[in-house]
Design a protein around this ligand. Structure first.
Ligand SMILES: Nc1ncnc2c1ncn2[C@@H]1O[C@H](COP(=O)(O)OP(=O)(O)O)[C@@H](O)[C@H]1O
Ligand SMILES: [Mg+2]
Length: 278
């Protein structure tokens, strides 16, 4: 089917095959598919923060989820690492693959708007606390106009955090959820979350327990199967499917032809539960 949209989110682990992913992007494009890349880069952010002497801080929500606390210097480190290190690597790999690409963040042309998390509940040393001063946000809107201009002209957009608040100031947002929001805004037929795991594992310690397919929302799955980064992917997948994206694939970014393998059904395919379609 020509002229579908595929959004590919590349994981930040060094094991991810950037060159292989970008070579596959060239093949999808040659087949008429409109293709976008989204990236985060937690490892690179942590590395640069350490080099700059910026302390990494995390908070734990009442339901046990860890998140990065984005202080003003960490916001700088995040932007420098994503736009100065991770994105240029992807643009170089795309150039080698013969793909004309344009790097963007959510700040460009009002692409991604978020509302700042003013204060949120957290737990510290077993006691409830309010966390303030965090420069991260929840995505409220995507304006895909600039993406349409680029895609119409044959360019592959490469998108990362930050998003912008209503005044255009940067806010950190989760890259998986950013990818989901972009996929929804473009009515993408699929979102590929390529990561350093073979897919969604029923048991995170058993790499042979990959679930081939599952329907969301699956409350049980959301509640216990996944932790950390994978739990965030399930939330992003749920948002994408609710927003009308046809399928979300969580698949291995470390294998040969990672994109083609994922499209072909390797890893886990998440679809919207038919029971909740009404
Ligand atoms: N049930 C699970 N199935 C697969 N991976 C899981 C699961 N639970 C936790 N994980 C962890 O989540 C990681 C993926 O999330 P993350 O580290 O944020 O990667 P990315 O950089 O791709 O966003 C996996 O590499 C794995 O360590
Ligand atoms: Mg992650």
């Amino acid at each position: 089917m020509p002229h579908g949209v595929t959004v590919i989110k590349c994981g930040g682990s060094g094991a991810i095959g950037i060159a292989e992913i970008c070579a596959d992007v060239a093949k999808l494009r040659a087949a008429g598919e409109r293709t976008l890349l989204v990236h985060g880069g937690a490892d690179e952010i942590d590395r640069l923060a350490a080099q700059l002497g910026v302390q990494a801080q995390t908070t734990v929500s009442p339901d046990g989820r860890q998140s990065r606390y984005t202080s003003p210097p960490m916001l700088d480190a995040m932007m420098l690492a994503l736009t100065g290190r991770v994105k240029p690597r992807l643009l170089a790999a795309l150039k080698v693959a013969g793909v004309p690409a344009v790097g963007l963040t959510g700040l460009d042309a009002g692409l991604v708007t978020a509302v700042r998390k003013q204060a949120r509940r957290a737990v510290r040393d077993g006691r409830p606390v309010m966390v303030r001063g965090d420069h991260s946000g929840r995505i409220t809107a995507v304006d895909p106009a600039v993406l349409h201009v680029l895609l119409d002209a044959g360019f592959t957009p490469v998108i990362s955090p930050p998003a912008g608040d209503c005044g255009g100031a940067p806010l950190n947002v989760d890259a998986d959820r950013l990818a989901a929001a972009v996929a929804v805004a473009l009515r993408a037929r699929r979102l590929l979350l390529l990561t350093a795991a073979p897919g969604l594992l029923r048991d995170a310690t058993d790499s042979g327990s990959v679930l081939a397919r599952c329907e969301l929302p699956d409350e049980a799955l959301l509640a216990y199967a996944a932790t950390g980064g994978m739990q965030r992917k399930l939330i992003a997948a749920d948002e994408a499917l609710r927003g009308g994206v046809g399928a979300v694939h969580i698949a291995d970014g470390r294998v040969p032809e990672p994109v083609l393998a994922a499209v072909g059904g390797a890893g886990t395919v998440l679809v919207r539960s038919s029971r909740r379609q009404a």
